[in-house]
Write a protein that binds this ligand. Structure first.
Ligand code: NAD
Length: 479
């Protein structure tokens, strides 16, 4: 099947007619092709967006809100179809796509359909000077949205929904590794009555198509989610043009477990936070630190639970762990596992590729637990982004805090304790944008989402996203 670009409300081939193979990771075979778009395709998308902007930015909030809500309705109507497409394109278990990815894509549109009707700006009276100030929050114009492969439709729509809700027109690029549901979103937007040119979806490689979006002088803001290295490169291209930038990057998140926690809930959640989506979620807790008192018990129970996870064909409902997204990614994750022994680590469970029946060429890996004794090892410092976690014990609160913060990333952390004082101390002192206490991945879409340190710049979510996608202008009137 050939996927096409979605420009000015129409599906079109790339101008130079170059194509990239699209793989099904469950069986390791090509199942379609996607455009390898160039600067010229991005220019066409830009022109369509620019043309749509004057009308869309003056469309009433009520009308914008209704169209976004309709997109949400249609996503839910097609939930099973979209979930199957996502699972096939990405390798994720169908159950996860049905329960998380696709419902959340609908929620992204529903949330911003509502949020835009509640968004407001400030007024300041300059007392004694007979003046009043008010702030206009105006849409920026044409903006670029670039997303990764791990939660394809979920993260793509997390950017597009606030951008168009705020009155911008968009040139968007999904990951070339998982383009399918972004393609299907184009059809849904047309069906929902989104005017031509408001959303344009251009497929292709990061280094050509993505680069053309970032380098386009008239695309005034870039919202990017992906790797830290790519984020740094994008910043180096966009910053000299003074573009607004939102960068959601990598993570190496600590999961800190104290003996006083609710043990059963912690154990079940830790299995999820380690291996959901094959560990390919930026929020997965890949470094597990356990208080010494319960370390041996945790080790035993954790291994037992992880051994129960079924690695299998993602299209089967009973599968817990599907395929990794690509052959290259599988090899990268495997290289880290192979480092374990050289780094003084010990593989407690897993570590090997899995040959799944009738899917022998698919990219499967066992969930892997590695015991480490030093936080400085690359297994604990570098983002692996696969079904691999390390575990290590600690004795004191100070030691746990210092281990958690001793990393260049700062996306999220998880803390398991029932001690209120400790909860407050850690909440204040952990260097991450998100701290979960006694839970994981509980998302309230109104909250600021993003990372500190090398995990990014800026926050998405709620009014933060609407602020990012608007330009504040202060008007001062003296009377
Ligand atoms: P990536 O950086 O390789 O690619 C992300 C997107 O950027 C893709 O669409 C890609 O084509 C594009 N791209 C690549 N080079 C580009 C360039 N020079 N100019 C413009 N665009 C370019 O990341 P990935 O491998 O797709 O995704 C995995 C990474 O994403 C991990 O590091 C993960 O932690 C991170 N991530 C972060 C969050 C978050 O919210 N912080 C969420 C999910 C994933």
């Amino acid at each position: 099947m050939k996927i096409q670009n979605y420009i000015n409300g129409e599906f079109v081939n790339p101008i130079q007619n170059n194509w990239i193979d699209n793989y099904n990771p469950a069986i390791g075979e090509v199942y379609g092709q996607i455009p390898s778009s160039t600067k010229e395709d991005v220019q066409k998308a830009y022109e369509a967006a620019q043309k749509a902007f004057p009308t869309w930015s003056n469309t009433t909030l009520d009308k914008r809100s209704k169209i976004l809500s309709k997109i949400a309705d249609l996503i839910l109507e097609k939930l099973d179809f979209l979930a199957e497409a996502e699972s096939k394109d990405n390798g994720k278990p169908i159950s996860l796509a049905k329960q998380v990815d696709i419902p959340r894509a609908a929620s992204n549109f529903r949330f911003f359909a509502n949020a835009i009707t509640q968004f407001s700006s400030e007024a300041h009276e300059s007392v004694g000077l007979n003046a009043v100030n008010f702030t206009l929050r105006q849409p920026i114009g044409v903006v670029g949205c670039i997303s990764p492969w791990n939660l394809p439709l979920y993260l793509f729509t997390w950017k597009i929904a606030p951008a168009i809700a705020a009155g911008n027109c968009v040139v968007a690029k999904p990951s070339e590794i998982t383009p399918m549901t972004a393609f299907l979103l184009g059809q849904i937007c047309t069906e929902a009555g989104l005017p031509k040119g408001v959303l344009n979806i251009v497929h292709g490689l990061g280094t050509s198509t993505g680069q053309a979006i970032v380098a386009h002088p008239k695309i005034k803001a870039i919202s990017f989610t992906g790797g830290t290295k790519t984020g740094a490169h994008i910043a180096s291209v966009a910053a000299p043009m003074f573009k607004k930038l939102s960068l959601e990057l990598g993570g190496k998140n600590p999961n800190i477990i104290f003996a006083d926690c609710d043990y059963d809930k912690m154990l079940a959640t830790t299995v999820r936070s380690s291996f959901a989506n094959q560990g390919q979620i930026c929020l997965c807790g890949s470094r597990i630190f356990v208080e010494e008192k319960i370390y041996d018990k945790f080790k035993k129970d954790f291994i037992k639970k992880v051994a129960e996870l079924k690695v299998g064909n993602p299209s089967e409902e009973s599968t817990n762990i599907g395929a990794l997204v690509s052959k290259e990614h599988l090899e990268k994750v495997k290289r880290y596992i192979d480092l374990a022994e050289n780094e003084g680590g010990k593989i407690l469970f897993g570590g090997d590729k899995v040959a799944v029946k009738e899917c022998e060429q698919g990219y499967y890996l066992q969930p892997t637990i590695i015991e480490v004794f030093d936080n400085k090892c690359s297994l604990n410092q570098e983002e692996i982004f696969g079904p691999v976690v390390t575990i290590m014990s600690f004795k004191t609160d100070e030691e746990a805090l210092s281990l958690a913060n001793d990393v260049k990333y700062g996306l999220s952390s998880t803390l398991w304790t029932n001690n209120l004082n400790r909860t407050m101390q850690f909440s204040k002192q952990l260097h991450t944008g998100i701290v979960w206490v006694n839970t994981w991945m509980l998302r309230d879409l109104r909250t600021p989402f993003g990372g500190q340190k090398d995990s990014g710049v800026g926050r998405e979510g709620g009014f933060e996203a609407l602020r990012f996608f608007t330009e504040p202008k202060n008007i001062c009137i003296q009377y």
